[in-house]
Design a protein around this ligand. Structure first.
Ligand code: FUB
Length: 322
């Protein structure tokens, strides 16, 4: 009997592959008109994350150390529980889980919270996790910078106490940069003051006096230092009320003086801005946070976009994608 029914079994193998291939192509074009399957922003969506510090370690993966906004927020007071995320393709991200919370910090303020923007460094087989945390009830006057260490990049961190000789009013957001010769530098700051100093080999003690970083314009917080083609870059958040921008300066010396160069990331809609810059597999990236999931400036989500330089080494404004 003649039938008009569509019979799958009559399809040839090549027909099947052509049909399947067309579906895949259509699917990728819908996701991204350029035809390349791209990552989406924010790239972490199952929890609120802020203050991304990005590093590429020896295992070839890119790791992001982030702070965690707590819902409902109370300013940034309740922030706690740092998570680490990693990728090897900038598309698929693994959440390694929580590495530290305020309860684990013996010297910290009794009420907890205030686990603000961290950073991580690697030296002689040890990962050093630096985080700002108040040591007393009067939180903004009692900041210290804690250090937790581990042999692994994303687990088993144990608090080792705080760095002696740093801290006090509004002094937050540690950043540790290791130069090509192995010398480590510590930077941090807030409330218009940015300071830097060499670190001893043990990565927990200052090697000298803290120096004011000269030449920055409208410095607020969020120091990040990196090096490209022999030139040092210091990026930071400015004071634009309720809508900070990320600015940067360049220098031939890791401790300055710095030459101010301009804004490289426009406001992201959050009450604060915070970023890091890193090269991965030959491409430079700017990490930052925005409020696109929550619509609230204190419930932030980490994002990443490509970053490009001009021929003279200055940074082009980063295009914030969705
Ligand atoms: O996330 C808490 C604080 O807000 C950070 O330490 C600052 O950089 C700002 O992002």
């Amino acid at each position: 009997m003649k039938t008009n029914k569509f019979d799958c079994s009559k399809l040839s193998v090549s027909h099947y592959y052509i049909t399947f291939g067309s579906f895949l192509m259509l699917f990728s074009i819908v996701l991204n008109p350029s035809g390349v399957f791209a990552q989406k922003n924010p790239f972490i969506t199952h929890m609120y994350t802020a203050d991304p510090s990005a590093h590429v370690w020896d295992d070839g993966r890119l790791y992001v150390y982030a702070s965690h906004d707590v819902d409902p927020p109370r300013g940034c007071d309740l922030m706690d529980k740092y998570h680490v995320f990693s990728t090897d393709d900038m598309v698929n991200w693994k959440d390694h889980g929580e590495i530290l919370r305020s309860e684990n910090v013996e010297w910290g303020r009794p009420e907890g919270g205030f686990m603000w923007a961290p950073d991580c460094a690697f030296k002689n087989g040890v990962y050093y996790f630096y985080y700002p945390h108040p040591s007393g009830n009067d939180w903004n006057k009692t900041w210290k910078v804690g250090v937790a260490t581990s042999k692994s990049p994303a687990k088993d961190f144990k608090d080792q106490g705080y760095i002696k000789g740093v801290g006090g009013f509004a002094m937050i957001d540690p950043c540790v940069f290791i130069d090509d010769d192995g010398q480590a530098y510590f930077y941090y700051g807030g409330g218009s003051k940015c300071e830097g100093v060499k670190l001893k080999d043990n990565m927990m003690e200052l090697d000298g006096e803290l120096q004011q970083m000269e030449g920055l314009e409208d410095f607020h917080e969020a120091t990040w230092v990196f090096k490209r083609n022999g030139i040092y870059y210091l990026t930071y958040a400015d004071n634009t009320p309720g809508n900070n921008q990320l600015r940067y300066a360049m220098s031939k010396n890791p401790l300055g003086p710095w030459e101010y160069k301009g804004i490289y990331l426009e406001p992201t809609g959050c009450d604060t801005s915070h970023g890091s810059v890193v090269e991965y597999n030959g491409q430079w990236y700017a990490f930052y946070h925005n409020k696109s999931i929550s619509g609230q400036g204190n419930l932030r989500s980490i994002c990443v976009d490509k970053l490009y330089y001009n021929e003279d080494g200055t940074i082009q404004t980063v295009l914030q994608t969705k």
